[in-house]
Ligand binder design. Structure first.
Ligand code: DQA
Length: 146
């Protein structure tokens, strides 16, 4: 069964209490439970990781090679700053879908740039937790043979 790593970056461990007017009331644990259910229906297995540290996120991406078949990445604020994360994704050559809960293009100018988008199959933003499920759906179409 194809396996997907769902990797979340800085401050996403605080979902549920962090700026609920922007990010909603759903916790990261809730999102992981939703993803586990959806993956089961889609014929995928999922693993989860979260870190507030850029280098640790790079390590998770490296470790995905040979372990997982694709990555869903919400890099949080590192989306807008991190060439290292972009290079890490390029280095492992795994399909990656970029996800954001909020619509980064409708927010402050500094959020409009994503270094992650350059190396993503596609970007999903603005749909809250549903974005992760949309990403799983897109990856299932690529990875699961009917
Ligand atoms: C985010 C958007 C980023 O700009 C922000 O820094 C985050 C969360 C999102 O999911 O909407 O931490 O990635």
């Amino acid at each position: 069964m194809p396996s997907v790593l769902i990797l979340n970056g800085p401050n996403l461990n605080l979902l549920g209490t962090r700026q609920p007017e922007v990010y909603g009331a759903t916790t990261l644990a809730d999102i992981e439970a939703l993803c586990t259910d959806a993956a089961q229906r889609l014929g995928l297995s999922v693993a989860f990781a979260q870190s507030n540290h850029e280098g640790v996120l790079v390590d998770h991406i490296h470790a995905a090679k040979g372990t997982h078949d694709a990555i869903i990445l919400n890099a949080g604020a590192y989306t807008h700053t991190s060439i290292a994360l972009m290079d890490a994704v390029t280095s492992v050559d795994l399909p990656m879908v970029e996800v954001h809960l909020s619509n980064i293009h409708a927010r402050e100018g500094f959020r409009h740039t994503s270094h992650i988008a350059r190396v993503a199959i596609g970007q999903i933003c603005g749909f809250g937790p549903k974005g992760y499920l949309m990403a799983l759906d897109a990856l299932a179409e690529r990875l699961v043979t009917p």
